[in-house]
Design a protein around this ligand. Structure first.
Ligand SMILES: [Zn+2]
Ligand SMILES: [Zn+2]
Ligand SMILES: [Zn+2]
Ligand SMILES: [Zn+2]
Length: 225
């Protein structure tokens, strides 16, 4: 698979695919998104924040989210845990940009920490850390498009992993190879059967999350709603 495609993702209003770079622009123009906004009762005006969450180290993983301004950061934290991060209930924090930034309390409202162009960092697990950058790309005034605290507007497509032995698509990886040698070893259906490490621990299943292979993370990397 070409590099360009690996960074691409899907718009959940129209189900079309766009490049990572093009998705923000697309969401502004998406006809299906506009149509579903027009159906809403626009008298119920609230302020919504468009946020892009991106793994700090692996550029394959990104989410376009929308949240109402009165929602607390805690709701964003639980969303990130559900879709990407949760392994064993580690501590997490929002920080002013960068790992050394000062902590932002979880009860802060989205409207009090974000404005367009502003970003912050989310850390999940201070041991084997997952680090997510969250950037505000715009705001909208109008009615809610979901009754949930977070609306998932777009997401990266599942990156394709290739078997280290035979180059076929790989749905599995080896935990032991990571633990022993720090090696990311994707394996296909066939080669996973011959892999030598699997006496103690079953192979891991590859999912659409930047936390794969870290601590005890084993998915499912599905949105909570
Ligand atoms: Zn669209
Ligand atoms: Zn863990
Ligand atoms: Zn193979
Ligand atoms: Zn192995």
């Amino acid at each position: 698979m070409a590099k360009k495609q690996q960074y691409s993702g899907t718009c959940f209003f129209c189900n079309q695919e766009f490049s990572k770079r093009g998705m923000g622009k697309h969401l502004q123009a998406c006809k299906a998104r506009k149509a579903s906004m027009e159906k809403l009762d626009q008298k119920k005006k609230k302020v919504f924040y468009q946020l892009v969450a991106e793994d700090a180290y692996s550029r394959y993983y990104w989410l376009h989210l929308e949240m109402e301004g009165n929602t607390s950061l805690e709701k964003l934290d639980s969303y990130l845990r559900s879709i990407w991060l949760e392994c064993c209930h580690h501590l997490s924090d929002f920080l002013e940009p960068g790992r050394g930034g000062s902590e932002i309390p979880m009860n802060k409202k989205i409207s009090s920490v974000f404005s367009p162009g502003m970003y912050l960092t989310h850390i999940y697990d201070w041991g084997t850390s997952s680090e997510t950058n969250i950037r505000c790309t715009g705001i909208r005034k109008g009615a809610a498009m979901t009754r949930h605290p977070v609306l998932l507007m777009a997401r990266n497509n599942m990156p394709e992993h290739i078997c280290v032995e035979c180059k076929k698509p790989a749905p599995f990886f080896c935990w032991e190879c990571i633990r022993e040698f720090g090696a990311w070893e994707p394996l296909c259906e066939t080669c996973v059967k011959d892999h030598e490490c699997f006496e103690d621990r079953q192979p891991g299943e590859i999912v659409n999350s930047p936390r794969m292979g870290m601590c005890g993370y084993d998915g499912p990397a599905e949105p909570p709603y």
